[in-house]
Every structure is written in C-alpha cells, then in structure tokens.
Design a protein around this ligand. Structure first.
Ligand code: MN
Length: 745
C-alpha cells in the first residue's frame, strides 16, 4: 500500500477541520469524540486509496458527512455512519468491526448503505427496490445515500463520459424524486441541476447564459418591486427578510418543454420570498395571511393564483403561501410567504421536522407513502421497468390531499382518479364503486382528483371490477386489486358454470362430450367453452332446454360447426348463404306461410338473435331462415334484414314472440339529463333494487352540468325494458332515455 504524501495528509486534515467548523458548536463533547473516532478509523481504513480524480478517498466520506450534518441536519449517529459509509464496501474491515467499535445503531445504518452500494450500472429498478425496502427500516440510510449521491454528482467531472450520462440519468429518475419526497428541496434542486448539466450540457449552458444576461435587469426589477413591500412591512412592525430566488435552469427547461414556450415567455423565473421572523404571540398562519394582505394591497393578485400550502401542507411537509401578483412594468411576479420555521422545512425537509417536533405527523405520512410503494412492489404483474415508471409517476407527481365525506384527510398521488381513491380507502369500496360526488358534483370513475376535493364514493352492490378501469387507474394498489378480483371472479364464474352445465347435461341423459358442449355453444351463439361456462356461471343463461338442444342439432354437424366459427360475426348469415346455394334441397320444417313462433322452450327449430341489431323478446322482428332450419332473428328496422328482403326474400319469415321470462339479453341504454345530487344512486337503485336487473357495466359522465350515462343491462323482454325506461324517465333531471341498437361503438 502506498501511503499519502505529507501534503496529501495535510489536505485531509484541512478538509476535516473545515467539516468540524460546521458541527463543532452543535454537538456536545461526547458526540464530537465519537465523530473524531470515526474519522480517525475511516482515515486509516482508506489510507493510500484514491478516487478517480486522484484525491484521497477519505475526502469523499468527509464531504458526505458534511452534507448530512449541514444540508440535511442529521445527528451524530448519522454523521458517524456517513464517515464510515464506504468502509465495509471498500476496505478489509467487516460490519462486526464497525459494530464492536461504534455500536449496533451505526452498524445497522452502515450495513444498509453497504447493501445499497455496488455497481452503479446495475438495473435502476433493482436499486430502487432495494432502496425502498431499506427506506422502511431506517430513513437515515436513504438520507445518507442521497448525500453520498450529491457528492458523487458534485465530483462527476472525473468520470468517463458514458458513466456521467448513466449516473446523471439515475440521479434524475431515482434520487431526485426521493429527495423531493423526503422534503430535501435544496438538495433535490442541486441534484436536478447537476444531472441536467451532464445530460444536456448545451441546453444547460444556454439557459445559464440567458439567466446571466438578464441579471442586471432582474435585479433592478426586484429592488423596485420589493421596496414598497419592505416599507409597508416595517411600518406594520413585521420583522421579515425579503429575498428573491431564481427558478432552477432545469425547471425552466422543463417548463419550456412542457408548455412549448421560449425562455422569454416564462414569467415565473423570478420569485420573491418573504420569510417572517414570527411574533410568538400570534399564530404563524395569521401572520402569513397578514403579510399576504399587505402584498396584495400593493400589487393586484392574479385570480386563482393563490396557493395555500399552510392550511393544507404538501405531503412532504412543505408549508408556504404563494401568490402571483402584477408587478411594475406589467410583469407577473410570484411571491412566497412563510415563517422561518416553514422556510427551514421547505429547504431541509425531514430533519427540520425533527427539530420542530412535528416529526410524528410527518413519519405517519411517510409510512403511508412507503406502504403504498410496498404494495406496488408486491404487484407481481409489473416488470421492473414498468414499475419504475409507475413509481416515478407516484413520486414526481407529488401528492395531493383530498377529504372523505366525514372530513378525514387522505393523501393520494397526484393524477389519481376516483377509482384510485376508492381503492385507497378500502378494496371493497373500489370493487363496488360506480362513480363519485366531488364537492357535491357527480363525476365518473375516471375523474381525476384535485387537491382539496371532498370525495364521496358512490357504490352499487351489483358493481364488479372491470378491466376497462385499468385505463384510468394509476395507483399500484388499485391496479393490483382490479386484476386480482377480475382473475378471481372470472375463474369463479367459469367454475360455477362448468358445474351447472355438467349437471344439466347429465340430467338430460347425455354424455359430457366436446360435441355436446359445442352444441350448447352454438345454441347460445357464443365463441368458446369458457364463454359458455362464465355466462352460465354468472346466471345470464339458463339451461332448462338442454334436452332439446342436445337432441336436436346433431343432424347437421357441419353447419353447426359453421355456426360456432362465425357465431360472433356480423356477416355470419351471408357466409351461410354462399353455402346454401350449393346445398339446398333439404326439407324445411317451417311453414313459411305462418308466423314463426318464438318460444323460450322451442322444440323443433332453434333461433338466435342477430348481432347487428340485438333484438330482445318483444321487439318487432323477422327471421332469416338458414338452411339448417336455424332462424336468425332481426329487428324489422334492421338494415341487414332490409338487404335480405331485397335479394333473398324467400328466406325471410315473419316471427312472433311468446312470453320470455328466463333468459336475458344484453341491452344498451343511454341516459341524458341535468346533473343533480344523488342522480346516479337513484338510477342504479331503480335498476338493481327495484327491478332486480343485472348490470354488466355502467358509466356516468358529467360535463358542464350535463349528465350522460351509458348502461349495459341484461333484460328479459321489451315489457321489462319499457317499464324500466318509464321509471328512469321519471327521475328528476333525466331528460332522455334511449336504447342503443348496437352494443359496440
Ligand atoms: Mn460513497
């Protein structure tokens, strides 16, 4: 091992001295002695080892410890752990050595940090998973890790170009969101700036140049702007520091991209910050609002641009009052008002909460957040990179606070929809959710929540999770639950249906052959076995006629096969027609002179509903007679039927319904009207409770007070349907109820 030169050793001591200056008067003698011991130990352990830059390695842990102490504000244990953070990873010493010298607490943190280190190129998602697992154990591990990353970013220059890019990318996607979530605003901004600088040096330099160019003009504006504010504040005996801060170049660039605007079009590059040294006699909130009132007396506020993070702090603990006002020269200027305490929390996050003793609230919220991330980690469906995207969405998008009807506050990721919220509260609430009332306005499941919304989830006992919901759910919890229940439900229905069908077949004295199953599938116009099972399992099809179905159709297997193959298609009839041309001459059992009578228990001839117009029993219909004596039922107004009438008139039979009570048919209804409180509940109540009708899906939308609902219902016949429509039309606010011909858009 090559020892350091005397000059290098002096340099190390100087760096350590600098660091000590930062912490000396913050810690007692005993703590300083522990820190000193850690430094001596680490210094000896890393002796002779250099970083890529050529600097002695120990400079790095000292710098990390300095960030931990100064920028994050952690205590002696964390500082000791920071100094030792690379010892186990990079030297001969083991964790047991650390434990015997510095105790169990320090050893545990160092262990956590060691586990997180390793190849920087390793898969980000994996690193992230590890980090989040650690996060739940001890937040300090993550805080020190972030400090470690900050120093690595500050010294990134000595890395080869490709490593620079990788590290910068990783910083942006992992460490920035984490730092944000932990409330380390200053560090988050610095990490962003550094990542931006290395990832996009040209854009970065351009923006730095433009900012520098405007500096003189900006300083002039700032002074002009704050002068009257300062005067008024001191006249009112407020003790305040009025400063300004610039938007970071990364945020500027991001905004330019997002809004497609140029640098000069960004009006909030500058923000004025008023930090109040509060009068202990008066509440901090009160003083902030008093200052707000002084500012808006001088400058006109922009409507809707007052952001109150004091009554409703951000989930990372941020409190502040933001207002955008019209400054001199017609420029919008953002003013941020906060107390010293709020300012420190805004800049340093986590540790400041500790100092101000509101740590438990913050930890509780952090715990909820970690819980959510953990749920996401458990989701076996998401692959690592998909997960990473979801995670970033959850992190960067920040959190919003919404309220339950009873006023309980719930933190939820920004971009969450009604369905996310419902699942956040309880999975049953999610499963049964049909919409919500937000601030007493009716909204659909897909509605995106806003900060401060009061959300009342509306449910229906007949509701079940729908795969479509995945299109507008963002939270891992909701997604996992929807997928789970769907799998579970589907399998349960299929299993139920299988049992019912097997019993029915046996009862009919037939055998369980795939041929017999095919007959049933064909009879009900379905596509496959699973569909048959699940339809029966869900109770949509009843099997009272198995005897007839199995006994009857065996005569022409070929045509039955055709029926199965094309059963789901609109053009099934015309395909059959081509066949008919060549295979006619069979004996029709149907007397075409008389109306074809449609019965629920039909003996001789089977029939099925055409997919093009979806008739239900009771509709005015005609039948198209296929060569196998199977009749396809069309509504009289159907266009497909009209074509048949034109060129194959001889195959059309008139048809008459008898009473249909058992089987039900999918029907699509459109509801329109004026949005009103409780309207959704009333609609679903009439359908499911009063009429006992099964709903396949319901979707409600409101737009500017206009209410629109789309319902897919299982209906026995037109009597039931007309009855239902009449009842729905009576609901106050409903203007129109109509049946939609096609089941598909
Ligand atoms: Mn390190």
């Amino acid at each position: 091992m090559q020892h350091f030169t005397p000059a290098e050793m002096r340099y190390i001591e100087d760096c350590y001295e600098d660091f000590l200056k930062e912490i000396r008067n913050k810690f007692d003698h005993e703590r300083l002695a522990r820190i000193e011991k850690a430094f001596r130990f680490a210094n000896a352990a890393h002796d002779g080892i250099r970083r890529k830059s050529g600097e002695p390695y120990i400079i790095h842990p000292i710098a990390v410890a300095k960030i931990v102490a100064k920028d994050i504000g952690l205590g002696a244990t964390s500082i000791v752990a920071a100094i030792l953070h690379d010892v186990v990873e990079d030297t001969e010493y083991r964790l047991s050595d650390i434990e015997s010298m510095f105790g169990e607490k320090v050893a545990r943190i160092v262990d956590g940090l060691t586990k997180l280190s390793g190849d920087i190129d390793s898969r980000q998602a994996l690193t992230l998973k590890k980090m989040l697992m650690t996060l739940s154990e001890d937040v300090r591990v993550i805080l020190i890790k972030i400090a470690d990353r900050l120093h690595n970013m500050q010294t990134l220059d000595s890395m080869p170009a490709n490593k620079k890019l990788k590290i910068a990318g990783e910083t942006l996607s992992l460490y920035v969101p984490l730092a944000y979530r932990l409330g380390l605003y200053t560090i988050k901004t610095e990490l962003e700036e550094l990542s931006f600088k290395y990832k996009q040096p040209e854009e970065y330099n351009q923006i730095i140049y433009l900012l520098h160019n405007q500096e003189e003009k900006r300083n002039y504006l700032v002074n002009e702007f704050i002068k009257p504010i300062k005067e008024k504040l001191s006249a009112e005996k407020f003790s305040c520091e009025v400063t300004h801060r610039l938007k970071s170049s990364y945020s500027i660039w991001q905004k330019m991209q997002k809004k497609g605007v140029s640098f000069n079009e960004i009006y909030d590059i500058l923000a004025i910050r008023i930090v109040i040294k509060p009068n202990p006699e008066i509440s901090e909130k009160r003083q902030c609002f008093d200052v707000l009132s002084i500012v808006t007396d001088i400058y006109k506020p922009k409507p809707d641009r007052i952001r109150d993070w004091i009554n409703l702090p951000k989930v990372n603990g941020y409190e502040s009052l933001h207002v955008t006002v019209m400054g001199p020269h017609g420029k919008w200027v953002e003013v941020q008002i906060r107390t010293e305490r709020m300012d420190e929390i805004a800049n340093r996050g986590f540790a400041s909460h500790h100092r101000y003793k509101d740590i438990s609230t913050f930890e509780n919220e952090l715990e909820t957040w970690i819980e959510r991330i953990r749920d996401q980690l458990k989701n076996p469906d998401s692959d690592a990179f998909e997960f990473l995207d979801d995670f970033k969405l959850n992190l960067i998008g920040a959190d919003i606070n919404v309220f339950t009807p009873k006023g309980k506050m719930v933190s939820i990721a920004q971009g969450s929809t009604v369905i996310d919220f419902a699942y956040e509260i309880h999975s049953e609430l999610g499963n049964k959710c049909i919409g919500a009332k937000i601030n007493n306005k009716l909204v659909p499941l897909s509605h995106m929540l806003q900060n401060g919304d009061q959300v009342e989830v509306l449910t229906s006992k007949n509701q079940t999770p729908k795969l479509e919901w995945l299109k507008f759910t963002t939270s891992g919890k909701a997604r996992a639950k929807i997928k789970d229940t769907f799998k579970l439900e589907k399998n349960r229905h299929i299993e139920n249906g299988r049992i019912i069908i097997e019993e029915a077949i046996q009862k009919a004295g037939a055998s369980l052959t795939s041929n017999n199953l095919k007959k049933l599938i064909g009879h009900f116009n379905l596509n496959n076995k699973d569909q048959l099972y699940s339809q029966v399992g869900m109770g949509f099809l009843e099997l009272n006629e198995v005897n007839d179905i199995l006994g009857r159709i065996s005569e022409n297997k070929l045509i039955k096969y055709w029926n199965i193959t094309f059963g789901g298609r609109k053009k099934e009839e015309s395909i059959e027609d081509v066949k008919d041309e060549t295979t006619t001459n069979h004996k029709n059992k149907i007397d075409r002179k008389k109306p074809f009578v449609l019965r629920e228990n039909q003996n001789d001839v089977t029939f099925s509903m055409a997919k093009c117009c979806n008739p239900i029993p009771g509709d005015k219909v005609m039948g198209y007679l296929r060569s196998d004596d199977h009749v396809i039922i069309h509504k009289t107004e159907c266009e497909v039927l009209a074509k048949y009438l034109l060129n194959q008139g001889e195959k059309i039979v008139s048809a008459e319904w008898t009473k249909f009570k058992k089987q039900s048919y999918l029907t699509r209804l459109l509801l329109e009207g004026f949005d009103r409180m409780g309207i959704v509940n009333q609609v679903t109540n009439i359908i499911s409770n009063e009429n006992n009708i099964n709903m396949r899906s319901v979707q409600f939308d409101t737009n500017d007070g206009i209410f629109r609902g789309e319902l897919f219902l299982y209906i026995h016949n037109t009597d039931d349907l007309n009855n239902l429509i009449a009842q729905l039309k009576k609901i106050k606010g409903i203007e129109n109820v109509s049946r939609i011909k096609s089941l598909y858009d």
